[in-house]
Design a binder for this molecule. Structure first.
Ligand SMILES: Nc1ncnc2c1ncn2[C@@H]1O[C@H](COP(=O)(O)OP(=O)(O)O)[C@@H](O)[C@H]1O
Ligand SMILES: [Mg+2]
Length: 246
């Protein structure tokens, strides 16, 4: 179980960007945080992985506190963050992209890489090719694969839908749900893309500095309501704002 209680964080200038964020994510489940550009999604994930300092709050994985640990120590505890943008090394092969994440190469290096290929057969086929030649969807798989080689106990995903066609968004969403289930780990997905989020999430929240939600079960099918929350006005929001999100 991945648990966050009252997490607030910002950049030391003015008010916190996120405030009082509280969520639990169970193994096997995808929880989605929806938010517009600038809502604080990346700040939230960075605060979880330790790249941005928190001003208050607790972070626990399987009952152990992580919030006082460095980013690297959090990874060693199993909290793995796949950052915004793919950050793949375009000139390196697919396999070398996976290998660089393993550092000095332990005994299990081969096993860990093969495990990623088992999840993403398309990457196995292209293991010797330059990563820059992969399709957008495959590059996103590689970015997630680089998280998987680290044997995550919780996966944080920052906007994997960016730059993908609607078809690939749907495929990536399915893959993410499947990973959460087969690895039986909590997955926290932050997204601007409502279609992806509502397709994959067991629970969804809207982030507007603080979290609104959770939306569960039938509520997830009520796209209009979630969309209205998402664009900031609640159910009675001005339709013009819906048409021109800031
Ligand atoms: N390094 C930074 N220093 C100061 N402010 C930042 C920094 N990064 C992001 N912000 C601010 O924090 C807010 C949330 O940004 P971000 O977390 O990137 O949102 P999102 O990922 O939802 O688009 C924005 O107002 C942004 O300008
Ligand atoms: Mg972001």
């Amino acid at each position: 179980m991945f648990e966050v209680h009252g997490l607030s964080a910002g950049y030391g200038t003015g008010a916190d960007v996120i405030s009082g964020v509280t969520i639990d994510v169970s193994p096997g489940e995808v929880t989605c945080i929806l938010g517009l550009n600038g809502a604080g999604k990346t700040t939230m994930l960075n605060a979880l992985s330790g790249l941005v300092a928190r001003s208050s709050g607790e972070i626990e994985l399987d009952g152990s506190r992580l919030d006082h640990l460095t980013p690297v120590e959090r990874v060693h505890q199993g909290l793995v963050h796949v950052p915004e943008g793919r950050h793949i090394f375009r000139r390196l092969s697919v396999e070398d992209n996976l290998r660089v994440c393993l550092g000095r190469g332990g005994r299990n290096e081969r096993d860990q890489i093969e495990r990623v290929y088992a999840h993403f057969p398309a990457l196995a086929e292209k293991r010797r090719r330059a990563a820059g030649g992969l399709s957008g969807g495959q590059q996103q798989m590689l970015a997630i694969g680089r998280g998987l080689v680290l044997s995550p106990k919780t996966l944080l995903l920052d906007e994997p839908s960016v730059g993908l066609s609607p078809m690939l968004v749907a495929e990536t969403a399915e893959k993410i749900a499947e990973l959460a289930e087969t690895l039986h780990i909590p997955v926290l997905l932050v997204e601007q893309n409502l279609d992806m989020a509502l397709k994959v999430a067991r629970r969804a929240y809207v982030l507007r500095r603080e979290l609104v939600g959770p939306f569960v079960d039938d509520e997830l099918a009520d796209r209009d309501r979630i969309q209205a929350m998402y664009f900031g006005g609640g159910p009675a929001s001005d339709p013009e704002r819906l048409a021109t999100p800031s």
